[in-house]
Ligand binder design. Structure first.
Ligand code: SF4
Ligand code: SF4
Length: 201
């Protein structure tokens, strides 16, 4: 008795005599390769060549330093929203009764998942995702970034801050006019006024 061996699953398309030649498939594959040879190359010889990333890239979260001090007012929102509890902070009072500052601010980079939620909730734009991606640590202790290691001058973060402003401001404008005077006590707003931004009243 003959044994039937099923080589193709039921319903599979049957090859025509043209398909069985395999020539069109080979030709189409070669044409594709040829086209790719003349297209722009995206391969970067890293680390010899640096990778230039756009402002939308979410790298290591950092604290914005403006006029020699942190923008952070130690509200604690970022620490609360951080999914893997990577942020640890302790607030302390300043001379200004309306303000606090973070006496301790740490991010455990072994936990951070670069989600950007800390940046999203921060009312001061005091914590932002920097373009830094090539950092290393050799121990668990080194992976904990203290406030001193987190602080980055605002000038270096301008591309990201501008990108955030462009992405966020249209959301504000839909329902009401954003009034900088409403938030004039904040460190960020003071900086904006000092830069000559218009105060809408
Ligand atoms: S990027 Fe996400 S995981 Fe990392 S510190 Fe911010 S909220 Fe936490
Ligand atoms: S970084 Fe922003 S959200 Fe986090 S504590 Fe400071 S002001 Fe609040």
């Amino acid at each position: 008795m003959a044994i039937r061996i099923r080589t193709a699953p039921p319903g599979e398309r049957k090859l025509s005599w043209w398909d069985k030649l395999h020539f069109p498939a080979i030709l189409s594959g070669m044409m594709y390769t040829l086209r790719r040879m003349f297209m722009k190359r995206f391969t970067v010889q890293y680390p010899e060549e640096p990778i230039v990333l756009g402002p939308e890239f979410r790298g290591r979260p950092v604290l914005v330093m403006e006029n020699g001090r942190e923008r952070c007012v130690a509200c604690g929102l970022c620490a609360r929203v951080c999914p893997p509890f990577a942020i640890h902070m302790q607030a302390a009072e300043t001379d200004d009764p309306k303000e606090r500052y973070p006496a301790v601010f740490e991010i455990n980079m072994l936990r951070c998942i670069y989600c950007g939620l800390c940046e999203e909730v921060c009312p001061e734009e005091a914590i932002v995702m920097s373009p830094a991606y090539d950092f290393v640590f050799r121990s668990r202790e080194e992976a904990i970034y203290t406030k001193e290691r987190l602080l980055v001058d605002k000038k270096q973060l301008e591309p990201r801050l501008k990108w955030l402003a462009a992405m966020r401001n249209p959301q504000f404008g839909k329902r009401y006019r954003f009034r900088i005077t409403n938030n004039i006590h904040s460190v960020m707003a003071r900086g904006k006024v000092a830069e000559g931004h218009e105060m809408v009243s």
